[in-house]
Structures are given as C-alpha cells and as structure tokens.
Design a protein around this ligand. Structure first.
Ligand code: ADP
Ligand code: MG
Length: 353
C-alpha cells in the first residue's frame, strides 16, 4: 500500500535528510513551561523544576512488532507514542516530552512519513507532550521507529515495581485480552484477503478489539485519579506483555508471592465472545496476550475503601509471603502455579515471527 511505485508520491530523496526532518517537524509546538528548546539545535533543553526526571525508550521494528499490511502508519505513529507514555504513567509520573527516531527505506514515500507523523502529532497533542527531537536514518529494508519519553514526578510520588507487601491488594485498570484478540481478527482477515481480495469483511462486531490493537490509549487518567483518591500504590507496572508476566514482575521485584483469582479478571463481553469463536480460553488470553496498556498495581488493604466501587479498578488478588509462591486460583478453586507466557512466548508458539 505504501510502496513507492505511484508516481504521484514524493520520493524521499527529493527532500534529503534535512529537508525531510524540517518537513515532518515544522508544525510541532513546544510548551515553554517545560521545554526551553525543542527541535532545531544540537540538543533539546528541558525544565523539570522540582521534579525527578523519568525516562523510558521503546523500539518498534517492522515485521517484528508491527505489520503494515493492516497497521495504518498514522496508527503506528500514535501507538509508538502510547507504548512509551504508558511506561511513564506506570511510574505514577506525568510525561512531558518525547523524542522520535526513525530509520526508513526508500520504498516509503514522503507521504507515508507524513501519515506516521500525523499519528505522532495527534498523540502528542492529546497527551500534552512536546516532540523535542529525534534522529533520522535510512534503512535497507523495513521501518524502525524508536520513541523516548521523558516525564516528571515528585520523588515521593514515584511508584516502583518493588514496593508490594504481603497482604496488599492486587488491582488492575480496565479490561484485558482485547488487543490480542483484535490482532487475531486482523491476522485472520489478512489470510482471507490473500485468498480472496474481493471479500469485504464485516468487522463491526470486532470494533472494540481492533481499536484496542490499532489505537491503544495509555492510562493518563490514572495518576491524577490516585492523587484525587489519596491513594499511593505500593508497586505498579503497565501491562504490555500479558497479565501473568506483569504479576510475576511485581512479585519478583517486591519479593512476595501472589494469589490471583481467575474469576476476578476483567474481560469485555467482546473478548469472551470472540474467544468462543476462535476456540481460545479467555483466561489464557488475558494472562498471556499482550498490548493491553492497562496499569497493574498493589495497594495497602487499608486503602481498599478509597478505590472500592470505582469503575476504573478491579481487585484481582492479593500478595502473599514469597515462600507461598505465585498462584492462579481457578474458578474451580484450584491453585495452579502462575507461569510467564508473555506476548513473545505466544508469538513464537504461533510461529508469527
Ligand atoms: P544532529 O546532526 O545533531 O543529529 P539532526 O540534523 O539529525 O542533528 O537533527 C536536527 C534536529 O532535528 C535536532 O533537533 C533533532 O533532534 C531533530 N530531529 C532529527 N530527526 C528527527 C525526527 N525523526 N523526529 C523529530 N525530530 C528529529
Ligand atoms: Mg541526527
């Protein structure tokens, strides 16, 4: 779709590296309060005032992390930003700036990169972050995009993976498994399309799932909500690789065990019905699917009343002594050891790499 065979598209070489950077970034504004100098000098100059600086980076590689046959470039740009902002929120911090580095082959016309940057721009506007720099290179084959996010938080507000205590409640935002099932639907449609390109799929029943895969939103509402509720989680992580591996990260970093209750795992009805259609177990999908970008955290039991009944939160378990181990308590009330079968493990199993 983005192959540069169409003569009406502009070849990257027509602009050159500097022309291209200028073209893609000229419309980016900065917030003078936090960004003294953005794009255009040897380096950006930022102001974090009294706050500690939170930094995180992700790298997305075509063919490994995304497939352009069903991922529109605008969505890719948006998602590349979300993945990073989610990590900043998982520290209970506020993202302020991002940098964007890309390597592109000349099979992409300028118009394709405009799309990518339209997604980046939309994300930066909605999430109030400044694009303050990056790097641009050529690539011999696919597209590579790396985003770094910078955020700020008061030192006492920062939440690490390591603070959970025995008896703390384990809580998750939103619902799980939808992004993974969205990917399954898109993969299936791609295969159908290969056989019969004229087939017009009815994707309406899958709208929520596909949106969760193609246009994930980071939980920017959650850190301010904690503040309003006067709750500080004892530990927190974002769910990028599936619930089980993230729970295990919290346990290992905090030196605790866990009892995670299968019946409590929040699932959207669309996930339950599409799992039936694909003959997949919805618990397995929530535990091992990926890219939900929800937040998983622990709180002291004494804070339960503050979050009770809030529609953003579901209590799914509690932390135990480390020696008790990490367990999933099934609907049949059986305790089975929790294993990390993250997104990558599933990917390999289904031979998608
Ligand atoms: P340098 O040679 O110092 O690396 P560049 O010419 O690569 O400088 O970049 C010039 C300016 O444009 C810098 O502010 C840089 O951060 C920014 N920039 C370069 N590539 C990108 C990009 N892909 N997205 C956003 N900003 C970029
Ligand atoms: Mg450079």
């Amino acid at each position: 779709m983005f192959e540069n065979s169409d003569q009406s598209k502009t070849d990257l070489s027509e602009l050159g590296e500097f022309g291209l950077i200028d073209h893609l970034t000229k419309s980016f504004n900065i917030t003078p309060e936090f960004t003294l100098k953005g794009i255009g000098d040897d380096a950006a100059v930022l102001d974090f005032k009294e706050e500690k600086v939170i930094v995180t980076t992700d790298l997305l590689v075509e063919g490994v992390h995304f497939d352009l046959s069903y991922m529109p470039l605008k969505h890719l740009g948006y998602k590349a930003v979300m993945v990073n902002l989610s990590d900043v929120y998982a520290m209970n911090a506020t993202p302020r700036q991002i940098t964007v580095s890309i390597a592109v082959s000349n099979r992409f016309p300028v118009e394709a990169l405009e799309e990518l940057y339209a997604g980046i721009k939309l994300a930066s506007k909605l999430y109030k972050v400044d694009v303050v720099g990056g790097d641009t290179s050529s690539s011999t084959s696919g597209l590579i995009i790396s985003v770094t996010a910078l955020g700020g938080a008061k030192e006492e507000e920062v939440v690490y993976r390591s603070g959970a205590k025995t008896n703390d409640l384990l809580v998750v935002t939103g619902d799980l498994g939808a992004a993974y099932m969205g990917l399954q639907v898109l993969e299936r449609e791609k295969q159908v399309f290969k056989v019969n390109p004229k087939n017009q799929p009815d994707l309406d029943p899958y709208t929520y799932l596909i949106e969760r895969q193609l246009k994930p939103e980071a939980r920017k509402d959650i850190p301010p909500l904690f503040k309003a509720l006067e709750v500080k989680p004892t530990s927190m992580i974002d769910i990028s690789d599936g619930l089980s591996s993230e729970v295990i990260h919290l346990c290992k970093n905090s030196k605790t065990g866990v009892n995670l209750f299968e019946e409590k795992i929040p699932l959207d009805p669309a996930v339950i019905s599409v799992c039936e259609e694909f003959q997949l177990d919805s618990t397995t999908i929530a535990l091992s699917g990926g890219e939900d970008y929800e937040l998983l955290f622990t709180i002291d039991q004494g804070d339960y009343d503050k979050i009770k009944g809030n529609p953003n939160f579901t209590v799914i378990g509690h932390m135990t002594e480390e020696a008790e181990g990490m367990h999933l308590v099934t609907r049949a009330n059986q305790k089975i050891p929790l294993i990390a079968r993250g997104w990558n493990a599933m990917d390999k199993k289904e031979d998608k790499k």
